[in-house]
Design a protein around this ligand. Structure first.
Ligand code: SAH
Ligand code: SF4
Ligand code: F3S
Length: 475
């Protein structure tokens, strides 16, 4: 699952309500895509309870921070933000502060000890938020960190916080039943449960009707999705068929569970993007075993080979943890050699951070010195930069399909968007706009982005290239 740090506004079944008279809620989101989507669920719940969403913290009656516990630095950032919220509370009367998400679940009432936080609410208790807010009106604190076996928020249409209205997340399941030794997620999110596919398709169609062009199906381990005999491969096919014009992505796949059927389904439907995020964590079989990942190096590489066979142009990204307990220099080199062997298009790379209560914290020593962790991480990042650049270089002179997501941050005259392989492309705007599907010829690249020219820009003599197929498609 990709880790993001987003802070966005909100909507009511697709459109946010920004109403001057209503009490206002401000939500700040840290952590993974699942948290981003949860903030949208929370916005929907609070909108129904009479709140409107504000993007201005100075305007908010209720400030919520949706938190992540996956590494210590993720938690430290939240503590820093809470100190800032303290100032907001001093400035104005009647400001309520709530901590929601994974840190709320992990730290429970400890979060209430600092005179900043009024409400603590875990990932499965968001429906209780309006009641807890009411409770704080009489000066009490509110806490609910009960985990559930069946909550999936299936009936709630998330209030979409993405300003551009092109891409959206749909959570297809919650929780995790794996016990990777390093990971806090099963403790903060509880056990795994899948969501009724009918409600997923309903949400998908709603998005399509509201002009969305791409959906990402979310779960901690999407390959173990299961609902009355419907597998993840079945769900993917249902989704692809229900909205053929919608691009479909998913995250996260687990190397031990990803089936050939999923790969075959990806190959069969043109609207399922040829991109797989397949976290390896380490290239050493010994480390993988102590991480309790339930596959070894050879099995992982076998999965990669099968992906390449069934979907030859599939981009592959990964997550890597460096400096896990007892990791030797040889283990580290195994990680580097595996990265080279796979040739990842992209990677999220982390230093191991011990999380209280996990298997690793209980049974192993966090014994790789900090300076060694930093050195190894630097080597991994440097190698991935080379690999990403090599992957981008392969795209030079080819024509790619880009779904335009936004205006480029660097220049108002450029647009940016992604290829099905999830590569970011920047190109001069011309007559194109956000939400268009544009064919772009790649002319330049860095390790982070591809640069190109939309085919429609080739109409003048200077750029005429008769080998190029048809002009752009405005979806
Ligand atoms: N369900 C997802 C993981 C979500 S956490 C999956 O299985 O891929 C996202 C990533 O954070 C993990 O893949 C891992 O690389 C990293 N991570 C998790 N716990 C960590 C820890 N204790 N220290 C460092 N990185 C960690
Ligand atoms: Fe954590 Fe492993 Fe579950 Fe991913 S699969 S959330 S890494 S326990
Ligand atoms: Fe996501 Fe962080 Fe929780 S990665 S599941 S928000 S611990």
């Amino acid at each position: 699952m990709q880790i993001t740090n987003l802070n966005k506004g909100a909507i009511n079944s697709i459109r946010p309500v920004f109403d001057g008279d209503k009490p206002k809620i401000y939500i700040e989101t840290y952590g993974c895509q699942m948290n981003v989507n949860d903030s949208e669920v929370v916005a929907a719940i609070m909108q129904k309870a009479g709140y409107s969403v504000t993007k201005d913290i100075g305007d908010a009656n209720l400030i919520l921070i949706n938190t992540c516990s996956v590494r210590d630095n993720a938690e430290q950032r939240v503590w820093g933000r809470l100190e800032y919220f303290r100032q907001e509370k001093k400035k104005r009367a009647n400001v309520t502060v709530g901590v929601i998400g994974c840190m709320a679940e992990r730290l429970k009432d400890k979060l209430l000890e600092n005179n900043i936080v009024d409400i603590v609410i875990g990932p499965d208790a968001y429906r209780e938020l309006p009641k807890l807010v009411e409770k704080t009106e009489s000066g009490q604190k509110g806490i609910n960190i009960l985990l559930s076996r069946d909550e999936t928020y299936a009936d709630i249409s998330p209030v979409r916080l993405d300003k551009t209205g092109v891409t959206a997340f749909i959570s297809i399941m919650r929780g995790c039943n794996n016990v990777c030794a390093f990971c806090v997620v099963p403790y903060t999110r509880g056990s795994e449960r899948s969501r009724n596919p009918e409600t997923i398709i309903r949400e998908l169609k709603e998005l399509s009707e509201n002009g969305y062009k791409e959906v990402t199906l979310l779960g901690q381990n999407v390959d173990s999705y299961s609902w009355n005999g419907v597998t993840f491969a079945d769900l993917l096919a249902m989704v692809a068929e229900s909205t053929p014009a919608m691009r479909v992505r998913f995250s996260t796949s687990h190397p031990k569970d990803m089936t050939d059927k999923v790969l075959e389904t990806m190959a069969k439907y043109g609207n399922i993007c040829n991109y797989i995020h397949l976290p390896v964590q380490s290239g050493s079989s010994a480390i993988l075993q102590s991480m309790n990942r339930k596959y070894n190096r050879e099995e992982y590489l076998q999965r990669i080979e099968t992906i390449r066979k069934i979907i030859p142009d599939c981009a592959i990204s990964t997550d890597i943890i460096t400096g896990f307990c007892k990791e030797t220099q040889e283990d580290h080199e195994d990680t580097l050699s595996l990265m080279r062997e796979v040739g990842y298009d992209f990677a999220y790379m982390f230093k191991y951070s011990e999380r209280p209560g996990t298997k690793a914290a209980r049974h192993f020593k966090d014994d790789v010195p900090e300076d060694v962790k930093i050195k190894r991480l630097t080597e991994i990042i440097d190698l991935q930069s080379e690999l990403s650049l090599a992957s981008h270089r392969k795209d030079l002179n080819s024509i790619v399909e880009v779904l335009v997501e936004d205006t480029s941050k660097r220049s108002e005259n450029d647009l940016c968007g992604r290829t099905p392989q999830n590569k970011m492309v920047v190109f001069p705007k011309g007559n194109h706009k956000i939400g268009d599907l544009v064919k772009v010829k790649i002319t330049d690249c860095s390790q982070a982005t591809l640069k190109g020219i939309a085919q429609t820009m080739f109409n003048n003599e200077e750029h005429r290239d008769t080998t190029l197929p048809d002009v752009s498609v405005n979806a």
